[in-house]
Design a protein around this ligand. Structure first.
Ligand SMILES: Cc1ncc(COP(=O)(O)O)c(C=O)c1O
Length: 443
């Protein structure tokens, strides 16, 4: 197998930078709105703000609040502002983390350790969550030794509260739900699940990683958004990602708690290390100052006014795209997406083949399964591409419909096979093998 070693002599800075830029030529170009997820684009001004704020604190390390009190100040101010955005009161507390997955991992750890302190009779803790919950919860359950019980969703792809209630056992410590879900962009019935959690004294976590920085502004703009945050009495913790609809670069999210007593179960302290007392709020040790600075800067730079403007643009683009897709024969959007995330399927053509056809036209949509669909997360910038995208989608769908039923090939066939493989253990083994091959030096 090929192996690389360090270059004996360094290269000129210009040469290295030019190489880096050339590497990008094969990547998805998110600046032109051809990508529907992964990067949340709000235009050049916002991008510049985030970049410059990050650069100003690029090397500072939030591990030591004593050496970098400015980072501590920004972090505590940020948490306070975000706490009030989600209707926590002065008692609300939280931590900044590296992303949604870490925020969720921290909330599940806090819930587990809270249960250890308050319900020591529970030896095999369980969490109940709908099928559409993000896999970060499965990961957290796996890492932290919880059993996860996943429950069905209704015809609108929202959690079925009755099914969640029936799945509660004497070992249940945590209920989790989402606003908005990644696969179909739905808001689970947070108020009902909150009432269930409160009645049973169970921890309830709302995953607002994706919808967090969109829903409060859509609500203020007059859209019908059911309560999804600390206004719901049973909610004890939330995850909200500023690196999604907060338009900053990846590596920053927040986990919020109704109060400090709950948050305390997240912290980790080791007091006997020869290097000193090791006390960290979250999973990471060293934490990038740039992530904190850019998150703080974006709240101040955009303010409520800026967030409202961007939410309006993204929602308008979503409404136009949803209407346009519904009007294409054979295509349908799943449910009535309340925010800026949705997916569509087809009863006439193979959507995985459609994704391939769209890719040939430069559009990158992610394939989903159970049921087969294509995913779109809409950024404010997408308001510029509504018409060209719909035109290409109409063309691609018509082409497939005219060609009639055909056996999918290549990428479409592979995805279809993975999605429908009846033996899910085999699907998992295939995915593991794929990962092993992917993260290997290529010839
Ligand atoms: C609803 C939801 N929760 C959690 C996550 C995980 O966030 P991250 O990828 O930042 O770890 C995502 C990511 O898309 C998400 O959509």
């Amino acid at each position: 197998m090929k192996q690389l070693s360090l270059p004996k002599k360094g290269m000129a800075k210009e040469e290295v930078l030019s190489l880096l830029h050339s590497f990008k030529s094969g990547d998805s170009d998110w600046h032109d709105g051809h990508l529907f997820g992964l990067v949340y684009y709000a235009g050049e001004d916002v991008e510049d703000m985030a970049r410059e704020a990050y650069a100003a604190y690029m090397f500072e390390n939030a591990l030591s609040p004593f050496d970098f009190p400015s980072l501590l100040k920004m972090e505590t101010e940020f948490i306070s502002m975000v706490g009030s955005l989600f209707h926590g009161d002065e008692a609300a507390a939280g931590s900044m983390t590296s992303g949604g997955t870490e925020s969720i991992l921290m909330a599940v750890k806090a819930a587990r350790d809270w249960a250890r302190a308050h319900q020591p009779e529970i030896k095999a803790p369980e969490m109940v969550a709908p099928l559409t919950i993000h896999p970060a919860f499965n990961k957290a359950a796996d890492y932290l030794g919880l059993k996860i019980i996943q429950t069905p969703v209704d015809g609108e792809f929202r959690a079925e509260v009755g099914a969640m209630k029936e799945s509660i056992t004497p070992n249940t410590i945590l209920l989790a739900a989402t606003a908005v879900t990644y696969p179909h962009g739905m808001i689970d019935p947070i108020a009902e699940i909150g009432a269930l959690a409160a009645a049973r004294n169970l921890w309830f976590h709302v995953d607002g990683c994706l919808g967090g920085y969109m829903l409060p502004f859509l609500e203020k703009l007059g859209n019908e958004i059911p309560p999804f945050d600390f206004r719901v009495p049973g909610v004890r913790s939330m995850s909200v990602d500023i690196h999604k609809y907060g338009y900053v670069s990846k590596g920053v999210s927040t986990v919020l708690y109704r109060n400090i007593d709950l948050r305390q179960h997240q912290f980790y302290v080791y007091a006997d290390w020869p290097g000193g007392v090791y006390a960290t709020p979250s999973l990471s040790g060293a934490r990038p100052g740039g992530a904190i600075a850019s998150a703080w800067a974006i709240l101040h730079c955009l303010g409520e006014e800026g967030f409202l403007k961007l939410a309006k643009a993204a929602r308008q683009a979503t409404v136009k795209l949803v209407e346009g897709i519904q009007a294409i024969p054979g295509l349908f959007v799943f449910g009535k997406p309340p925010a800026t995330v949705f997916s569509f399927g087809s009863d006439k053509i193979n959507v995985y083949q459609l994704a391939v056809k769209l890719k040939e036209r430069g559009w990158h949509l992610h394939s989903q399964h159970r049921p087969a669909s294509l995913h779109l997360t809409i950024s404010p910038y997408h308001e510029k591409i509504v018409e060209p995208f719909l035109k290409d989608l109409r063309g691609a769908a018509a082409e497939l419909a005219a060609a009639g039923p055909a056996e999918p090939a290549g990428e479409a066939a592979l995805y279809g096979m993975m999605a429908t493989l009846p033996d899910r253990k085999a699907a998992k083994a295939l995915a593991l093998q794929y990962l092993n091959n992917l993260y290997r030096l290529k010839e």
